[in-house]
Design a protein around this ligand. Structure first.
Ligand code: FNR
Length: 196
């Protein structure tokens, strides 16, 4: 089956991040349909317009990596009912300068986990709003994962069958949407070439 190139962005800089664990599990569940690469964001300096004249190497690496794909999966914690600063910072770098906004036209899915009962629902709403404003096509539906110890094991396997089935459905739907959009993009490009 055709695979879609996927950038995975984890909105946590914590070594033992439960969101990274969830992201690894999702990459495993989707490995038949996605070629996934994890994008580092915790080495980016705080956004500062003064750095625009000579963007730091870590920023260029980050934006190049995102710009090279059409499809992005965000797996993020919720911090104080919004997204963590480390993730907002990365999004801000990617959004500027406006004519090189790397989020524009991206096919995006959002999920996240926290030990809390509503599993990042409010933070995800903020992220959806930000990415929509930046021109991403954010997949509908909801995937708020309430994390219990051991939910994802060391190897990235989801241990609860009902959660595993739910996440498999989520990643499968995302792959279907992303594949359709890639095929559509390719068809449009081919048509543009033949009519030029
Ligand atoms: C949190 N946490 C949290 N959890 C939640 O469900 N809703 C929230 O609004 C917040 N707010 C919040 C703010 C700050 C500053 C911290 C440090 C933590 C708890 C959070 O879900 C928990 O730390 C998770 O383990 C974070 O995910 P990672 O970093 O382990 O992936």
């Amino acid at each position: 089956m055709r695979k879609v190139r996927l950038a995975v962005i984890v909105g946590s800089n914590r070594r033992e991040s439960i969101n990274r664990r969830l992201a690894v599990a999702l990459a495993r569940l989707g490995e038949g349909r996605f070629d996934a690469e994890f994008v580092q964001i915790d080495d980016l300096p705080m956004y500062n317009y003064d750095l625009e004249q000579n963007r730091p190497a870590s920023v260029r690496r980050f934006t190049d990596q995102v710009a090279a794909v059409h499809t992005v999966l965000f797996v993020t914690p919720e911090h104080n009912r919004s997204i963590p600063a480390v993730l907002k910072n990365a999004i801000d770098w990617g959004s500027k300068p406006m004519e090189h906004n790397v989020w524009k036209g991206k096919t995006v899915a959002i999920t996240g986990t926290s030990p809390g009962a509503i599993g990042t629902a409010v933070g995800q709403q903020h992220l959806r709003q930000i990415l929509s404003i930046l021109g991403s096509l954010v997949m509908g539906g909801e995937a708020y994962i309430s994390f219990k110890p051991g939910l994802v094991d060391e190897a990235g396997e989801v241990t609860a069958e009902s959660t595993r089935a739910f996440l498999a459905g989520f990643i499968d739907q995302f792959a279907t949407v992303a594949t359709h959009l890639e095929l559509g993009r390719e068809a449009a490009n081919a048509q543009a070439v033949t009519t030029a």
